[in-house]
Design a protein around this ligand. Structure first.
Ligand code: ASC
Length: 154
């Protein structure tokens, strides 16, 4: 029969405790990972739309409608991506500018503009007018850029 000394048991417990501690992520790091994940998704769905609007990808009306809808959902995610205290991460890097928190009204406006133009894209995409769709994809892209210019470090 295997017998453990008290010391060995203590070492095992300490190991388990430190593993649990290491798995505990700070709230700031979790928020940074969460918002960067949503940005990754926004890019994944806006990228092809931008490419279609510039004739770098074949136009696909069904995809435009689908991706616009996904972007509309992403723009309306209910969890706050930039909670107080997530200005800096403990381990995660962030390029979020302090203005997000010091000028939160302007930041909210920039985000709302993205949501509005995306909602409009959903409508325009349903209409099927290629020129209008391309113009509206451009309008959404402008809201991405405007917010990045003001609120994201280069
Ligand atoms: C993208 C992306 C952005 C926007 C912006 C649009 O695909 O990653 O930040 O489009 O470039 O102007």
């Amino acid at each position: 029969m295997l017998r453990y000394s008290h010391l060995a048991i203590a070492a095992l417990l300490l190991g388990a405790a430190s593993q649990a501690f290491a798995a505990e992520e700070s709230k700031a790091d979790a928020a940074i990972k969460y918002r960067q994940s949503t940005m990754t998704l926004v890019k994944a769905y806006f990228g092809p739309l931008g490419a279609m609007s510039q004739d770098k990808l074949p136009f696909d009306k069904a995809k435009v409608e689908q991706y616009a809808g996904i972007l509309a959902t992403l723009s309306a995610l209910p969890i706050d991506s930039f909670p107080a205290g997530s200005e800096k991460g403990d381990h995660e890097k962030t390029r979020a500018k302090a203005d997000i928190w010091t000028d939160s009204a302007k930041f909210k406006q920039a985000h709302d503009k993205f949501a509005q133009e995306t909602a409009k894209l959903v409508q325009v995409a349903k209409g099927g007018d290629l020129k209008a769709i391309k113009t509206q994809i451009g309008a959404v892209g402008k809201t991405c850029k405007a917010c990045h210019d003001d609120f994201k470090e280069k």
